[in-house]
Design a protein around this ligand. Structure first.
Ligand SMILES: CC(C)(COP(=O)(O)OP(=O)(O)OC[C@H]1O[C@@H](n2cnc3c(N)ncnc32)[C@H](O)[C@@H]1OP(=O)(O)O)[C@@H](O)C(=O)NCCC(=O)NCCS
Length: 193
């Protein structure tokens, strides 16, 4: 597939493009959680029941972040709208506006992480990833829940997230944390001759 265009699923331009030979090659979504709807106790329970120990990441974790990112860079489903750019050292370093939360296995290895951009009272998840050997054990949910709990306590009121609509695990993780889907996007593609 050559060119791609990402646009809201409901836009009228989509029909024009489809009539012109473009086809849907991927679907993605956006979802929101408002702080007023957060169930703190439930989120705390989701963090507590995770196998690994969960905490916010700091400068000292950068090597672990880069290692986990390199191991998982190919694992993100979808297309242009949801692709993951491998982290460089700067992108892997948490800051006041780029917060990160992780889960660690019994030997201290970072096995799950979520990175969240924060601007004022708004937060947007950049990506969430779990080491292949640790998937399906609640760690994706746990790091997402930890990010929401910490940032809400600091005054963040609006949390946004998104991803590939074909990624059942992240859809269900978002559901579990309380996000409500409010955007649907399509990626259109066409072969360039
Ligand atoms: C998406 C991802 C972060 C989820 O993390 P995880 O630790 O495996 O997920 P959890 O164990 O917390 O489970 C989350 C939910 O998804 C479900 N789930 C987990 N793996 C699943 C799978 N392969 N297929 C369908 N559902 C799945 C779980 O049952 C749970 O739902 P439930 O609460 O309704 O039971 C992880 O699979 C991953 O790293 N994928 C590759 C990177 C990626 O796609 N990231 C998301 C885009 S940013």
């Amino acid at each position: 597939m050559g060119e791609t265009i990402v646009l809201p699923a409901q836009t009228s331009r989509r029909a024009e493009l489809e009539a012109d030979g473009w086809v849907v090659i991927a679907r993605s979504f956006g979802a929101q959680l408002d702080s007023a709807r957060i169930d703190r106790q439930r989120l705390q329970a989701l963090v507590a029941k995770a196998e690994g120990s969960v905490r916010e990441l700091a400068d000292a974790d950068v090597e672990s972040v880069l290692r986990l990112d390199a191991m998982t860079a190919e694992d993100y489903p979808g297309s242009a709208a949801t692709q993951h750019t491998p982290l460089d050292r700067r992108a892997a370093t948490p800051s006041a506006s780029r917060r990160a939360f992780g889960a660690f296995g019994p030997d201290g290895d970072l096995v799950a992480m979520t990175f969240v951009d924060v601007e004022g009272t708004k937060a947007e998840t950049q990506f969430t990833v779990v080491h292949r050997a640790w998937r399906g054990q609640g760690l994706g949910i746990a790091v997402k829940a930890a990010s929401v709990l910490t940032l809400a306590a600091e005054g963040v009121t609006q949390f946004r997230t998104g991803g590939s609509a074909d990624n059942l695990a992240i859809l269900r993780a978002n559901d579990a944390v309380g996000y409500i889907q409010d955007e649907e996007w399509v990626t259109l593609g066409r072969n360039v001759r």
